[in-house]
Design a binder for this molecule. Structure first.
Ligand code: BES
Ligand code: ZN
Length: 603
């Protein structure tokens, strides 16, 4: 077997891609994208070099979804025959290109995106702070194929160049180094020289301003947001230094943060060189920056060393959540790290109780399912707790050496859960087999539920908040909260009994004005309380919150809870009908599902 064949043979078949990655490899994309803000479409082309494993291979198969393919040609500009296969839910359609008997080493595809392309949100002028249209992409997990025909599988890593044509007055950023821009003509050029999975190819266009934080970090945001963002994120450079001393050299040269308009469906997205972030992370007091630590951690776990398939998602998110906590500890101390771990474990227990047992395994089986189904707190929190147990069992020093070696050994590659297990036995466990057995890694990875060996997080501050909850519930004693950090507020609110009376909820609102909490996490935790306690005078502010932010982590629990209660069912519907058009398709899909499950029609 030729070398390339061996490599391809070793590649894992990804159940979420049609691409024939085992027969042909593509290492680089050349993109040219023209944005049309009138029709909400991209007119684009992509060109790439092929490496074909053997002469018998006559077809190239790519992933597409909702794309109009206009033409396909080879290196001599000769057209190539192509057709689109049948549509499969969430997978899209395979694009099958006939290579014929010629040697085809270059393919060029001209195509158009749909206005409904799932990865792309086109915001109208009213939906932004600058009152100008805005566009951003969100490709994880399998949405890159809705704006680029490609081998949309995490193992098919590519470098890329892009030319983006935007209307006058707009700026573009991508998950790549800036090249030669011509702002007058609205032409922006980008170069990504390190191989990345396609889910990390990202683009945002709007009225953007930049403010430096250090010589290798800074923020992009709409002009009215950029100052607040730069101030909120002023620890970015220290975070980066702390991460490097834990994990080894930062591979991506720069770390910038793009603050998106409020409809961004996630808290953050780890696009290389430029984290995309929700504006709800700007609390005014840096109290939510663990989100930045998380996205930064992905620069190693996820972006450098990538899950081989979405069944191994915990390798991305579990490692990242573990590292996030280590970065937070390095910057803000052990107390902060324990609180974050504690809140994580509480989420883990809550979520595990609602999932089907098989979805609480670290190693998932998402074949024939939308990978989004596997994107739960299990990967994040069960994964992080598994690694924490390994750290405590083998000692931090040894584990840190292992971590650095892990990133060095697998950088720019992908990894399955099974290869991780082999690697850790060779490089950490070695002859300490008894220690390893106490962990029972296979129990963590292949079995459902939360193992009893999970090391329970303890926070003295949280013990006090527990006592505060008791006193407040018993006789309306108001807690002394002036020194509380955000995490203590969250713990206090999350620990209130679910049958808290309307009267008690009213007393809280009166004392702390939580309806107007400027901190979106605190506001969210409070609205959950207000809904459960039927505190109806909070509902106007609740509806305003739901209409303003598109972050799914907030929307989903709020709508879900509102739909379970007769008092708020109508409000949920009314609010969603007004808000839906402003949400990203990712959030729309999830919330549509909630209404369907609750049998509430949206007509
Ligand atoms: N990579 C994820 C976001 C993601 C996961 C997008 C799966 C699409 C599919 C990102 O790193 C993330 O985990 N974001 C979290 C914030 C974090 C602090 C836990 C989020 O958006 O809430
Ligand atoms: Zn993450």
């Amino acid at each position: 077997m030729a070398f390339i064949e061996v490599i391809m043979f070793l590649m894992v078949q990804d159940p979420h891609s049609f691409a024939n990655t085992h027969e042909i490899s593509i290492n680089h994309l050349d993109l040219d994208i023209r944005l049309n803000f009138e029709t909400n479409q991209m007119n684009a082309s992509v060109e790439f070099q092929l490496k074909v494993a053997s002469e018998d291979i006559k077809q190239l198969v790519l992933d597409t979804r909702d794309l109009t393919i206009e033409s396909v040609s080879d290196q001599t500009q000769q057209p190539l025959k192509f057709h689109l296969g049948d549509e499969k839910p969430f997978m899209g359609r395979p694009l099958i290109i006939e290579l014929g008997d010629r040697t085809v080493d270059k393919v060029r595809i001209e195509y158009k995106t749909s206005p409904n392309a799932a990865a792309v949100q086109w915001l109208s002028a009213e939906q932004t702070a600058s009152k100008k249209p805005f566009l951003f992409t969100q490709s994880q997990a399998i949405l890159a194929r809705t704006w680029i025909p490609c081998m949309d599988s995490p193992g098919a890593k590519v470098t890329y160049n892009a030319v983006v044509h935007v209307p006058k007055g707009f700026s573009a950023v991508m998950s790549a180094r800036h090249g030669q821009h011509n702002r007058d003509e609205g032409v922006f050029r980008f170069v990504m020289e390190q191989p990345i999975p396609t889910y990390l190819v990202a683009l945002a266009v709007g009225e953007l301003e930049f403010k430096a934080i250090s010589d290798r970090t800074g923020v992009y945001a709409e002009p009215s947001v950029v100052e607040a963002a730069a101030s909120e994120f002023r620890d970015a450079e220290s975070m980066l230094k702390a991460s490097e001393s834990l994990l080894g050299e930062y591979a991506w040269e720069r770390w910038d943060i793009l603050v998106l308009p409020p409809s961004f469906p996630y808290g953050g997205m780890e696009n290389p060189r430029i984290t995309f972030a929700t504006p709800t992370v700007i609390a005014g007091d840096r109290s939510l920056v663990s989100l930045l630590a998380h996205e930064l951690a992905h620069s190693w776990s996820g972006n450098l060393v990538t899950n081989a398939t979405w069944d191994d998602f915990w390798l991305n998110e579990g490692f990242t959540t573990y590292i996030e906590q280590r970065i937070m500890e390095a910057l803000y101390g052990k107390d902060m790290a324990s609180m974050i771990r504690f809140l994580g474990q509480a989420d883990l227990k809550r979520v595990a109780a609602t999932l089907a047992p098989e979805d609480t395994r670290l190693k998932l089986n998402l074949k024939d399912r939308d990978p989004d189904d596997g994107m739960t707190d299990i990967a994040y929190e069960k994964g992080a707790n598994f690694l924490r147990l390994i750290e405590l069992t083998f000692g931090r020093e040894a584990f840190d050496v292992y971590l650095r070696g892990y990133f060095e050994r697998f950088k720019f590659k992908t990894l399955t859960t099974e290869s991780f297990l082999e690697d850790i036995e060779v490089h950490l466990v070695k002859d300490q087999k008894e220690k390893w057995q106490t962990i029972d890694a296979k129990r963590w990875i292949y079995q459902a539920g939360i193992p009893a060996s999970m090391v329970v997080a303890v926070s003295e501050k949280f013990n006090k908040r527990q006592a505060d909850v008791k006193a407040f519930v018993n006789d309306a004693t108001m807690p002394e909260s002036k020194d509380w950090v955000t995490q203590e507020w969250l713990q206090f609110l999350n620990s209130l009994p679910h049958d808290l009376s309307t009267e008690r909820a009213g007393q809280l609102q009166q004392h702390f004005a939580l309806d107007q909490a400027g901190n979106a996490e605190v506001a969210f935790a409070w609205f959950m309380v207000a809904i459960r306690s039927h505190h109806s005078s909070s509902f106007d502010d609740l509806a305003t919150f739901l209409k303003k932010f598109g972050r799914r982590k907030f929307l989903k629990p709020l709508y879900e809870l509102m739909l379970t209660q007769p008092q708020t069912r109508e409000l949920a519907k009314e609010t969603y009908l007004q808000a839906r058009a402003g949400y990203h398709s990712i959030s729309q899909g999830t919330i549509d599902g909630l209404f369907q499950a609750a049998n509430v029609s949206l007509d």
